[in-house]
Design a protein around this ligand. Structure first.
Ligand SMILES: [Zn+2]
Ligand SMILES: [Zn+2]
Ligand SMILES: [Zn+2]
Length: 623
């Protein structure tokens, strides 16, 4: 099969040379002969080809026929170096994982990462070796300077001569290397956009990919799970009884909320498991820390995370990291904190505010390690919302219940007094189509507004919220999947003169934004009528911590004050996941607007809806 492919496909396999592939020859920074330009002829003289001359005479169709016959007899086995996911096995396109000795290809198939990157991330393996018959031969990529083989850390720097590249790990070797023949600023990772660079591991041809086994995201997950107990498990083992079933497909119509929960519950769990494994595989060692004291007297550790590996995990403000001391100058220590600053164009440093100040080895600066702390909060809230939707008949109105499940219903009109003017105070005048959108949703229990970017959806949404707040009792709940979208909408709604509260996760409270003054915690801090609370806040700011007695008093007063502010508000804004915050647990929201609804996962939208809604406006881009 190999030889045949090479013969038919020799140009696409080796023929086209671009700028990067010309670097291949000097890959280990030693010039290799013959030069790359001659690979074309090399592949045609491939020894394996001359060994099986009879096969070459077959046309492609004949060949498929023969292959099918052989398959039926069970005589064809994939070679040992076939991708353990999809079976692709052309030598330039596969690499072997050095840890588990399984082979994987560099194609993405149906997933967002290439098969080899998928495997390395899921299995937490980090070292690979190329195939002996690949253009670069049986080579394990490693750092030229320190010998590290962690492919997530490795990158290349083209040296002065354009036929030579140098492999270096980003930290510390690429930054400390003073060798004049290369320029560290040109360092680029070997894994980019979740696959190996094509000059290192060639993406399989279209034809090969079409013939390969189509493996889904969830099959990969389950296969990797099986390998934990049985390294020899194959895809076929997934079909065996006892191995949990493939999740059921999403439907357009559900019998009831239990069926909905039965279908979405396992999907959310798969997503959560994957997210957890990914986050937990991102440990970084050899970190150098700069210690600082925050304005609130908390310890802040500043450091660089050389590379947020694989690019699949993005660090966000509020994420939790565990910092550990691994050196000898202090007894073992670890502490959890949340990120208060992420790399930006000013500096690459990450700021981590530690939860506890005591015991921090602030005299040590080297030999720290950082782990991501995975939190199940958002997934738990999705599961809880689906359960509430199923078991609590007051969670949403009957009409919305059936609509969400895709049932056919007579259109319903809510009896409310329509406003005379549709533009809202403090906002730009609405144009004709915006006005039409506002008018059409105010009396409908469930509506979806879609429009391409740049059509003033934020102003339209804010105008709708203004009228909903004026027309209906209780507070309007406004949310979106992302904090950025929530902040933008909060700002616009505030311009209408409505009383707005922006609820953020505790971990994001230190973050500054254009609507920081509207956040619940800031409004609590500025609530000057609570004299005793103000005293305690001042004390806490000065000392960093309160006595346990004062702390208890402080918490009670804060809760009281929060309740007052929330009750007095016209509109409460937060992320979809944020609506599961315990501070909103007792509040009922009759009216809900979800912005960027098309970018949220369905179970995510369920969280704001099950708080008693009777009227929902979904706003989103065209999909
Ligand atoms: Zn594959
Ligand atoms: Zn492996
Ligand atoms: Zn190195």
């Amino acid at each position: 099969m190999d030889s045949f492919d090479n013969f038919n496909d020799s140009t696409s396999q080796y023929g086209i040379l671009d700028d990067t592939s010309s670097m291949v020859s000097g890959y280990t920074s030693v010039r290799v002969d013959p030069p790359v330009q001659e690979l074309d002829s090399l592949s045609l003289n491939d020894q394996s080809l001359s060994e099986t001359p009879s096969k070459v005479a077959l046309s492609e169709d004949d060949f498929d026929g023969v292959l099918d016959d052989l398959r039926e007899e069970g005589a064809v086995d994939l070679p040992a170096h076939a991708c353990s996911y999809c079976g692709i096995h052309s030598p330039p396109s596969v690499v072997k994982c050095l840890i588990c000795s399984k082979w994987f290809c560099n194609s993405r198939g149906n997933t967002s990462a290439s098969h080899i990157v998928n495997h390395l991330v899921r299995a937490k393996h980090k070292e690979v070796v190329l195939h002996a018959e690949s253009p670069l031969g049986e080579t394990a990529p490693e750092c030229y300077n320190c010998g590290s083989k962690n492919v997530f850390m490795l990158g290349f720097i083209p040296a002065k001569s354009d036929t030579v590249v140098v492999l270096l790990c980003r930290q510390p070797c690429a930054t400390i290397s003073k060798d004049i023949s290369w320029n560290a600023a040109l360092w680029a990772p070997l894994i980019d956009d979740r696959s190996f660079l094509s000059w290192l591991v060639k993406p399989p041809s279209e034809t090969e990919q079409l013939r390969a086994r189509q493996i889904s995201f969830s099959q990969i997950n389950r296969l990797e799970d099986l390998w934990r107990d049985n390294a020899n498990a194959t895809l076929e083992d997934l079909e065996k009884p006892g191995v949990d079933d493939e999740p059921q497909p999403i439907l357009l119509r559900y019998e009831d909320a239990y069926q909905y929960q039965n279908i979405f519950g396992p999907l959310v769990k798969i997503e959560a498991d994957y997210d957890k494994r990914l986050k937990e595989s991102q440990t970084q060692t050899d970190i150098t820390v700069r210690w600082d004291l925050g304005l609130n007297q908390k310890r802040v550790a500043w450091f660089n995370l050389p590379k947020l590996e694989s690019g699949e995990v993005r660090l966000a403000v509020g994420d939790e990291l565990r910092l550990r001391y691994q050196g000898e100058l202090h007894k073992a220590w670890e502490g959890v904190g949340h990120v208060i600053k992420i790399p930006n164009n000013v500096s690459d440093e990450i700021g981590l505010e530690l939860r506890r100040t005591e015991g921090v080895p602030s005299e040590c600066t080297h030999n720290f390690a950082a782990d991501f702390v995975w939190k199940s909060t958002s997934f738990d809230r999705m599961q809880l919302a689906m359960k509430t939707f199923a078991v609590d008949e007051k969670s949403v109105s009957g009409y919305i219940y059936h609509k969400l499940l895709g049932h056919e219903l007579e259109p319903q009109v809510l009896r409310t007094q329509m406003p005379k003017r549709f533009s809202a105070p403090g906002l730009p005048e609405l144009n004709h189509s915006q006005m039409y959108a506002v008018k059409s949703v105010l009396q409908k229990p469930l509506s979806l507004i879609q429009g391409p970017p740049g059509t003033g959806k934020t102003v339209t949404s804010a105008s709708i919220v203004y009228h909903l707040a004026k027309m209906n009792p209780g507070q309007v709940l406004v949310c979106a999947p992302s904090n950025v979208a929530v902040d933008q909408l909060t700002e616009k709604i505030h311009s209408t003169g409505l009383k707005v509260v922006r609820l953020t996760a505790k971990s994001r409270e230190a973050l500054d934004s254009s609507v920081a003054f509207l956040t619940l915690h800031r409004q609590v801090a500025n609530h000057t009528s609570h004299v005793e609370l103000q005293k305690l806040i001042q004390l806490k700011n000065e000392q960093g911590e309160l006595s346990s007695n004062d702390e208890r008093k402080y918490k009670t007063l804060v809760r009281q004050c929060e309740k007052e502010i929330l009750n007095a508000a016209d509109v409460i804004c937060c992320t979809c996941v944020g609506t599961g915050d315990p501070r909103l647990a007792k509040v009922k929201f009759r009216t809900v607007l979800i912005d960027e609804a098309t970018q949220a996962a369905e179970p995510e939208c369920m969280i704001p809806l099950v708080l008693g809604c009777k009227q929902v406006v979904l706003v989103g881009d065209h999909q």
